[in-house]
Design a protein around this ligand. Sequence first.
Ligand code: ADP
Ligand code: MG
Length: 531
Amino acid sequence: MPPAPKSNQTRKSEYKDKEKPTQIRFSNITAAKAVADAVRTSLGPRGMDKMIQASNGDVTITNDGATILKQMMVLHPAAKMLVELSKAQDVEAGDGTTTVVVIAGSLLDACSKLLAKGIHPTSISEAFQKASAKSVEILESIVKPLELSDRESLLKSASTSLNSKVVSQYSGILSPIAVDAVLKVINPSTATNVDLRDIKVVKKIGGTIEDTELIEGLVFNQKSAGTGGPNRVEKAKVGLIQFCVSPPKTDMDNSVVVSDYSQMDRVLREERQYILDIVKKIKKAGCNVLLIQKSVLRDAVSDLALHFFAKMKIMVIKDIERDDVEFVCKGLGCRPIASLDHFIPENLGSADLFEEIQTGPSKIVKVTGIPIQGKTMTVLIRGSNKLVLEEADRSIHDALCVIRCLVKKKALIAGGGAPETELSLQLMDHANSLTGVEQYCFRAFAEALEVIPYTLAENAGLNPIATVTELRNRHAKGEKTAGINVRKGAITNILEENVVQPLLVSTSAIHLASETVRSIMKIDDIVNCVR
Ligand code: ADP
Ligand code: MG
C-alpha cells in the first residue's frame, strides 16, 4: 500500500506543472509589453524623443523606434522578440517601426485579458491569425492607387514620415531630396523595387540641415591624398585599384639587415624604381584620377608614390572602403583593378569634373558630370553636430524607404489614426458573422488596433478617450478618412492635411505584429542552457 504523503505530493506537482505555462505566458506578456510602453510616447508627429546614453559615453538623440530599441539593454527573452519585431519592420518597410511595436503591445494586452477569461492560447492564436489576414484585406480595399508620376503624393508621403522626426522642420527640404533620389535611380514606368544601395548618404559636419543637397554624381568624404597634386581635374579618367602603391613589406620574421651605406642606397634606389614603374604605368593608361581601396595590411600608398602622382598631375583619393567599391564603380562606369597588369584604359571610368571643395571645417571631393547619369545618387547631409547629422541620416533613410514602399506597392492610405479606426470598425462588423470564442477574440483584436489613434491623441495632448470615440462615430457615418489633425487639435479629413502613408507600411506592421504575438503565445516555458 503506497504511503499517503507521496500521492499528495504528486498531486501538488501536477497542479504546479499546469500553473507554470500560464505563469510563463503572463510574465512573457508583461516583459514584452514593457518594451512597447517604452516607445509609446515617441509615436506620431507630437511624439517625444529619446536620449540614449551608452556605457561608453556615446549619446544618441532619436525618435526612431528601431533605433531606440536596438540600443536599449533588453534582457528578457520575450522582450527581445519585440526588438526583433521592430528590426523586421525596418527591413520590410523601413518605416512604422514604432507603430509595429505599439500594436504588438496592445495585442498582447488583449491576449492577457482573453487568457484571464480562460480562453485557450491556441484559440486566441488562431483567431488572431484570421483577424490579421482580414485586416490586410480590409486595408487593401480602402487604398488610394498611386502613379509614380504623381510627384505631389510622393512628396506628401515622404513628409508624413518626416513629420515625426527630430528634424521635422526641414521636411520641406528633405522630402524632395528623398523623392528625387529614388526616382532618378529607377525607371518610374517599369520599376517594382528600388535598390537603396544605389543611393549613398554622406554625412558632413558643418552648415545646417538646410544645406543638405542631392548630387547627381558622387562625393568622397575626404580630401585628395598628398600635397601638391591637382585639386581639380576636368575630363577625368578614373581608375580604382585594389592593390597598393607602396614598397612590399617583408614577412614579420624575415628582417633585412643593411650593413653599409652603399647597400642602403641600393635598397632606396630599388624602392624608388619600383614605385616609379607603377606610377608610370598608371599614367600611361591615361588615368588622371586614381582611387585606392583601403588596405588593412599596409599603407595603400606611400609618401613617395604620392609625390610622383602629384608631379604627374594625377589626383589620388585613398581609403575607399571595400563596401563602397561597387557603388563607386557603378557610378563612374569603371571596373575595380586588382593588379597592375589589368590597369588598361578599358577598365577606367570617366566624369566631367573631380573637384576638391571646402565644406565646413574639412574638404570633400565632389564628382559631377558622370556619363551614365541616373544610376547612382548621393545625398550630402550637412548639420552642425554629430547628433543632428545622425538623426537626419536615419530620417532620410525612413523617407527613402517610404518611397521604396510606394514603388513596390503603388497604393496609399491616410494617416493620423484613420486607417486603424476604419479597420477596427470593419473588423467589428466582420466579427458579427462569427460565433463563440472566435468572435470574442476577433473583437479583442479589432479593439486593440485603436491603440494607434489613442496614442497619437495622447501624445498630441488631446483627450484620448474622447478622440477615439469621436473617430469611431465619424467612421461609422462613413467618413473613412477622418483622422487626428494634430495641428488643429481636432478630427478632420486627414487627406486634406496631406497626411498619407504607404499601404505597405501598415499591412506589414499588422502582419508582423500579430505574427510575433502569436509566437509569444505559443511559448509555455523558458529553458535556460549553458553555452
Ligand atoms: P513610426 O516609427 O511607427 O513610423 P512615427 O513616430 O513616425 O512612428 O509615427 C507614425 C504615425 O504618425 C502614423 O500613424 C502616422 O499616420 C502618424 N502621423 C504622421 N504625421 C501625422 C500628422 N501630421 N498628423 C497626424 N498623424 C500623423
Ligand atoms: Mg515614421
